[in-house]
Ligand binder design. Structure first.
Ligand code: ADP
Ligand code: MG
Ligand code: MG
Length: 209
């Protein structure tokens, strides 16, 4: 059984930072259509700050909590506290360990998503990052329940995240700056759902899925 080790999860955050940096102009373009044109800059700043602490952690909970706190304090936009909550709640759920089973990682992700949803007062269909994250977690859990290994569960999660991200395009935003546009927010892909999908792309990359 492949485990999610401290080293692998540190690589996950490094890879996420790299993908965000590669796509920061694109993320900002998406945010310029329905927001204030800063999502790429916000996320690039936050994930770059996370990189400076990734090597320090000696347990998975410390790694994730520190990464979450760093995002809260450096991202600046609405997305910072939300991504920060996701990672902090994940860290609180894992306990002080250096490796996690695929199932326990899924439980931590679920705790993180619940924290984000509570903080964002949002639900599926509001045209936010939740529209990528929730289907990804559901696909991950379903794959494991069907007997898939970590590799296949992560591949399924990444696919579902991308489908969820794509499904935000026709949605009318109910939360965040995009909601100020009302019906005019339809026809544009949500920036946060796009950066959330990168979390699963990064995980798939480091796992080799
Ligand atoms: P800001 O809107 O403050 O400039 P960002 O541009 O960094 O922040 O992030 C915008 C993204 O945040 C949106 O695309 C959306 O996915 C997400 N978002 C906004 N409000 C919420 C919310 N209440 N719950 C979940 N996600 C949200
Ligand atoms: Mg913005
Ligand atoms: Mg902003």
């Amino acid at each position: 059984e492949q485990l999610l080790t401290l080293d692998l999860l540190a690589d996950w955050l490094r890879r996420y930072a790299a993908i965000v940096d590669e796509h920061k102009t694109y993320l900002t373009e998406l945010d310029s259509a329905i927001g204030d044109a800063d999502h790429g800059a916000n996320m690039a700043r936050g994930t770059a700050a996370v990189l400076t602490h990734v090597d320090d952690a000696t347990t998975i909970d410390a790694l994730l909590k520190k990464a979450g706190m760093t995002l809260v304090s450096t991202v600046g936009g609405t997305s910072g506290p939300l991504y920060g909550t996701l990672l902090m709640k994940m860290g609180m759920a894992t306990g002080s360990v250096v490796e996690l089973s695929a199932e326990d990682f899924g439980k931590a992700l679920r705790a993180g998503l619940e924290g984000l949803v509570a903080r964002g007062k949002t639900e599926l269909g509001d045209k936010t990052m939740v529209d990528a994250l929730a289907p990804a977690l559901d696909a991950y859990d379903a794959a494991l329940a069907d007997g898939s290994d970590l590799h296949d569960a992560v591949a399924a999660a990444a696919q579902a995240a991308a489908a969820g991200r794509d499904a935000t395009t026709p949605m009318v935003a109910k939360k965040g700056r995009a909601s100020y546009l009302g019906e005019r927010s339809a026809g544009h892909q949500d920036p946060g759902a796009t950066s959330s999908t990168y979390l699963f792309d990064a995980l798939a990359d480091v796992i080799g899925a």
